[in-house]
Design a binder for this molecule. Structure first.
Ligand code: MRU
Length: 360
């Protein structure tokens, strides 16, 4: 996607095998590129959310394995310790483990360590490229839903999204936003309701910034506004991303997603989840009891970050002594989901359909 007229991905590597990311902590106020030159730094970047969003977490983890191989210089114990630390950075997005396993699968059985490093680098690059193409395909399949709504309505299609499942959460295109970008490209008039997404405000900070850069009409709303908008026919479709989806179709996504799905069901608004195959975890069935939910620092709830004059500052929102709790994700049960928009097409949220397309 374009930033100030220059094309960017969220993560990339250069010919010297250096790895770079967009450091999302300072957006929308500052655009910062960071070099990640060790596996430990990559683990830090994932844990402290220099980058975030399931898809880019998976790609970052894949590059993390390459960096671990390079850093450990053939010391297998060190290599495994670095990977253990990487695995523990963020528990909910299954893409993290998927990205690590994709690279490990390619180096298993290779003895020569120089070759291991080289193969790991190439595998990470392939993961990056693969996820980019899968997100593009999600856009091409999902745009049909928006097109249909436009034909039926003959007017601007209003889409509600939660958190940031945009290109910043992926390598490019996004998952939930890919159909929106494609619709915009095809000249279909769209308007996006952007949930601010407390506590870290990924909607207000990141999704709004992305849409603004792409010239797409949007409005930032407080998280609790969606139900009201749906009751007044101001939302035509909800599209969100996912961090882990079980075999029966339960979806873990940013905290608050479940409430949007309930409101959508009550108001007859279609509720779609956009994801690539890397986000399915077919080893799990019941998402509510089985998906690990990340518990983050209470200070993310107690404080908010923003621009004050020309400085980025944090302010305290509640009494200093009040405790807070910060669940990062919730689970939306399969029965509230109209369908999955995937790189292989749109499928209903039922086990048979998931297994038919992603069972292998
Ligand atoms: O905590 P985050 O910012 O990593 O949570 C991100 C989300 O919940 C996204 O909706 C999700 O990762 C979708 S992936 C494109």
């Amino acid at each position: 996607m374009q930033v100030d007229g220059k094309s960017y991905h969220t993560i990339w590597s250069d010919e010297e095998k250096k790895v770079f990311i967009i450091d999302q902590r300072w957006l929308p106020h500052r655009f910062v590129v960071e070099e990640i030159d060790s596996c430990t730094k990559m683990a830090e970047a994932i844990r402290d959310m220099h980058l975030r969003g399931a898809i880019v977490i998976g790609v970052a983890a894949a590059y993390g394995v390459y960096l671990a191989a390079r850093d450990s210089k053939g010391d297998l114990d060190r290599f495994n310790r670095l990977l253990d630390a990487l695995r523990e950075t963020r528990p909910t997005a299954v893409n993290l483990i998927w990205g690590i396993d994709m690279v490990l699968g390619r180096i298993s059985g290779v003895r020569d360590w120089e070759a291991v490093v080289e193969i790991a680098f190439n595998a990470a690059r392939e993961v990056e490229r693969g996820e980019l193409l899968r997100c593009k395909m999600i856009g091409e399949h999902g745009v049909g839903l928006i097109e249909e709504l436009f034909e039926r309505k003959g007017d601007v299609v209003n889409i509600l999204t939660h958190c940031n499942a945009g290109w910043l959460a992926c390598v490019d295109y996004g998952t939930a936003t890919a159909p929106i970008y494609e619709a915009h490209k095809r000249g279909i008039p769209v308007h996006v309701w952007v949930d601010e997404t407390r506590p870290r405000n990924q909607g207000a900070r990141l999704t709004a910034w992305e849409l603004l850069n792409q010239g797409i009409r949007h409005t930032v709303i407080a998280d609790n506004t969606g139900g009201h908008l749906m009751q007044h026919s101001m939302v035509d479709i909800v599209i969100v991303g996912a961090d882990r989806v079980t075999r029966r179709g339960d979806v873990a996504n940013k905290i608050g997603t479940y409430l949007k799905a309930l409101a959508a069901r009550d108001n007859g608004v279609p509720f779609y989840v956009a994801l690539p195959g890397s986000t399915f975890d077919l080893s799990l069935y019941d998402g509510i009891t089985e998906i690990p939910i990340e518990l983050r620092s209470p200070d993310e709830v107690r404080y908010a970050q923003g621009l004050l004059g020309d400085r980025i500052e944090r302010v305290l929102l509640c009494p200093q002594e009040s405790p807070a709790v910060n669940y990062g994700f919730d689970v939306t049960p399969f029965n509230l989901i109209s369908g999955f928009i995937t790189e292989k097409g749109i499928i209903p949220a039922v086990e048979d359909s998931i297994l038919a397309l992603f069972g292998d």
